[in-house]
Design a protein around this ligand. Structure first.
Ligand code: AMP
Ligand code: GLY
Length: 459
């Protein structure tokens, strides 16, 4: 029996997962549903509505998938993992109940508070509670964050120092004008400061294992300017990650959260993406996502040396036995986006130079928003491609990624030219460039902690 993996989704994250799974000696075939033109080189792409739980479960049966890997959050919130598991198949991704951690920020905050996890002080409001919301804003010392409760494709967060802007956001959310039902309940919270970090934990019930960390760049413009996006570039390793930090996040956030979910009957299987802000008062959880980050996933898969199929299968089915191994090399990804992303991306432009970029040493081009149009591959979304590269350090990976970008073009293509730059600047100011491997004799990111065998929790 060939071992087939069905990857559900169509973006850069799913391309990256399929690319890495296809390299596993335990995997014979990767099938994508619906996939994208980049994934066609890896395996068959089968058209399906990824949010239709029964359709995905039926397809998993039809192709006799040994494992279904669900990439995006929406199918999970729609119960795809439940439907696949109900037919007795292994599925990497949480149940609809556990996926509420991302599907409802109010639920997430409730779990965080119940589990005693450090997070921004907050309150939840519904339509009709505008004046209570305004009163709560006044307790926040001019540092406001307003979030939609439901999924808003990364756009439902306003971070502002202006009360009027915060009040406007509350009004447009609660009335349904801005995000429909996703905004009719909103979360208001205090604004925190500090570097952001994405930590990815593989989870199986109450057990967890750190798969890796990466730093993303959320704003569209260089120097962290302009509106928030889904993420414009990422890199790893990053000097903000230390063993002590990972231990703190696992002990104070991930494990208590898994315990609380289990207590509520929503046992978690899949990856828990912990969005952290490293404040002067310690790490605080900004949010949980119930899937890999995109583009962070494109960096993680370039650094994992252990068997990704084993990791995901173990998380889906029971015990996390395989230790994670990462290369000492760095990885970096730059996202190429369409003109007018994130507001109203223009699509349908033919992309030039894909083959030349992909042929470069250490470079892998992941497709995020592309489609075929005759012989051309054309833009089909806001974030179009992820240009990933590896190197002995972040400098080298970065140079390779940007060199490959020179090969690629389409009208209106935009990207950030400063991925990892702030980190490299800070690193060279604070330690004379120790982020460069060799300068201090070692990679800056230490291996992700180790505990005595048998001790519960993470390894
Ligand atoms: P979220 O979807 O909750 O992660 O929010 C998206 C982005 O908004 C985060 O990556 C942060 O950059 C920013 N953000 C969210 N919550 C806060 C907060 N409490 N303080 C400061 N920035 C925040
Ligand atoms: N890169 C951020 C996210 O995937 O939500």
């Amino acid at each position: 029996m060939p071992t087939r993996v069905l990857v559900v989704g169509a973006g850069g994250r799913e391309h990256a997962l399929a690319w890495k799974l296809a390299r596993s000696s335990s995997v014979d075939e990767v099938i994508a549903a619906p996939g994208n033109p980049g994934m066609e080189d890896i395996g068959e792409c089968i058209t399906v509505d990824a949010n239709d739980a029964n359709a995905v479960a039926y397809l998993a049966d039809k192709v006799d998938a040994a494992l279904v890997v669900v990439g995006p959050e929406e199918p999970l919130v729609h119960g795809v993992a439940d439907a696949v598991r109900a037919r007795g198949r292994a599925c990497f991704g949480p149940s609809a109940a556990a996926a509420q951690l991302e599907g409802s920020k109010a639920f997430m905050k409730d779990v965080l508070v119940a589990a005693g996890v450090p997070t921004a002080r907050h309150a939840v409001f519904q339509a009709g509670q505008e004046s209570d919301a305004a009163a709560f804003l006044d307790t926040l010392d001019g540092r406001y964050v307003v979030k939609t409760n439901g999924l808003a494709a990364g756009k439902g967060v306003v971070v502002t120092g202006h009360r009027a802007e915060a009040v406007d956001a509350v009004g447009s959310y609660l009335s349904g004008a801005a995000f429909g039902d996703a905004g009719r309940t909103c979360v208001i919270e205090e604004r925190l400061d500090g570097p952001e970090l994405s930590l990815f934990a593989l989870c199986a019930g109450t057990d967890a294992l750190v798969l890796g960390c990466a730093q993303d760049h959320k704003r569209i413009g260089d120097g962290d300017t302009g509106p928030n996006t889904g993420g414009m570039g990422a890199f790893a390793p990053t000097p903000v990650v230390t063993d002590a930090l990972v231990a703190e996040v696992m002990d104070r956030a991930i494990l208590p959260t898994l315990d609380e979910l289990t207590r509520r009957g929503a046992e978690y299987h899949g990856v828990l993406y912990c969005g952290l802000m490293l404040t002067s008062n310690g790490a605080k959880v900004l949010e949980y996502n119930v899937r890999f980050g995109d583009p962070e996933c494109q960096v993680l898969v370039r650094r994992i040396e252990s068997d990704l199929f084993a990791h995901l299968h173990e998380s889906a089915t029971g015990r996390l036995l395989t230790p994670v191994r990462e290369t000492d090399d760095a990885a970096l990804v730059v996202v190429l986006a369409s003109e007018r992303y994130p507001a109203s991306p223009r699509t349908g432009d033919p992309i030039e130079g894909l083959d030349a970029a992909g042929a470069r040493d250490g470079v892998v081009v992941f497709h995020a928003g592309t489609r075929r149009d005759g012989d051309d591959i054309v833009t089909a979304g806001g974030r179009v491609l992820g240009i990933s590269a590896t190197g002995r350090d972040v400098h080298e990976a970065r140079a390779a990624a940007y060199a490959a970008i020179d090969d690629i073009s389409w009208p209106g293509m935009q990207f950030r030219s400063d991925i990892a730059e702030a980190m490299m600047r800070q690193a060279s100011e604070s330690d004379g460039g120790a982020i460069r491997r060799g300068a201090s004799g070692a990679s800056v990111q230490t291996p992700l902690g180790a505990r005595a065998a048998g001790e519960r929790g993470w390894r």
